[in-house]
Write a protein that binds this ligand. Structure first.
Ligand code: ASN
Ligand code: ZN
Length: 322
């Protein structure tokens, strides 16, 4: 049932990109000059061509186009870039080196997905039955851009527990940026990913719930939300690359539990510091170790509350990870 989240284009483009960047051969990534962190939105015009027609370009024609998908995506990606740069984590675009933020909208025909492929984000229109236009969802866009940040930091391998960490951190960026843009505190936020794109046939409130993993939907099209919220229920099958979109629920719940105690900004700062110290094959326990360590250092330097370390430990204990 998770086939909806798996995309042929995503897999092909990702392989192509990693080959191009020499990632598969284990070559060092090229050093690029500091960029402008400009947003560029291309229209695939319902083909599967990437960077087909440039519709809105911060370095050139930057005015609104009147095309809803283009303008929404431009606004959301700009806000994402501003958050990374100005709030909490002070990061200069996805690579911390000012790379431009390239987006493709109206990808394919009734394409039911959105993805980061190693160098850009791509959004479908949805089929209007299961999903509506992916450009309408800030948390989905921030999730996809979050995969970009992950790639330039821990670069988690996209399978098993490391893959679930990749998905987890992407969801953290999704919710944190949405909460900032919508001016919500952790107790007021909905903690949902993809609530804006659920089609009329899809009974359920979102793709994922970070506060109550496993409860986002239950219907005849997608089945029941498969996310566990505790290690005792961890998925060990081979579907979904070994449960990358499934087991992320466990880590998501721990982030939520931390954020409702110390606030989303402090939780985000801790997680982001840990992300920079993590590595491609890391598993949950190792991520927990780095997150607890980051909390301790930040608390010592008065960047987060004194009791933050304890709060983090308690959160991980509640999901069976500490
Ligand atoms: N929308 C999905 C994601 O960002 C695409 C995929 O299958 N990886 O996780
Ligand atoms: Zn993802």
């Amino acid at each position: 049932k998770s086939t909806i989240l798996q995309s042929q284009y995503f897999r092909e483009k990702r392989t192509e990109t990693s080959k191009k960047m020499g990632m598969e051969a284990g070559l060092p990534k090229a050093v690029v000059p500091v960029g402008r962190a400009y947003v560029q939105v291309y229209d695939s015009e319902n083909t599967t061509t990437f960077q087909k027609t440039l519709k809105r370009d911060q370095g050139g024609n930057s005015s609104p186009t009147g095309i809803e998908s283009v303008d929404l995506t431009y606004d959301y990606v700009s806000k994402d870039r501003d958050f990374l740069k100005e709030k909490v984590i002070n990061r200069n675009s996805l690579d911390n080196n000012g790379m431009d933020l390239i987006c493709n909208v109206h990808f394919g025909v009734k394409y039911n997905n959105a993805f980061w492929d190693g160098e850009q984000i791509t959004l479908g229109d949805g089929d209007g039955i299961i999903f509506t236009n992916f450009s309408k969802s800030l948390d989905v866009i921030a999730h996809e851009l979050g995969h970009g940040v992950v790639q330039f930091t821990a670069d988690f391998e996209y399978h098993g527990q490391s893959g679930a960490l990749n998905e987890h951190f992407a969801d953290v960026f999704g919710t944190v940026i949405t909460q900032w843009v919508e001016n919500q505190t952790s107790d007021k936020a909905d903690w949902l990913i993809g609530d804006e794109i659920m089609g009329p046939e899809l009974y359920g409130e979102a793709l994922r719930s970070m506060s109550e993993p496993g409860t986002a939907y239950d219907n005849s099209i997608l089945g029941k939300d498969p996310q566990p919220a505790h290690m005792k229920d961890i998925y060990t099958g081979t579907g979904d690359n070994g449960g990358v979109h499934i087991n992320s629920g466990i880590m998501n719940k721990a982030f939520y539990l931390t954020a409702i105690e110390i606030g989303t900004d402090q939780a985000a700062l801790i997680w982001y510091n840990a992300l920079q110290n993590l590595w491609p094959t890391a598993i949950f326990k190792e991520a927990v170790g780095e997150i607890v360590k980051a909390a301790r250092i930040l608390a010592k330097n008065n960047k987060v509350d004194k009791d933050a370390t304890q709060r983090v430990r308690t959160a991980f204990r509640e999901v069976g990870l500490f």
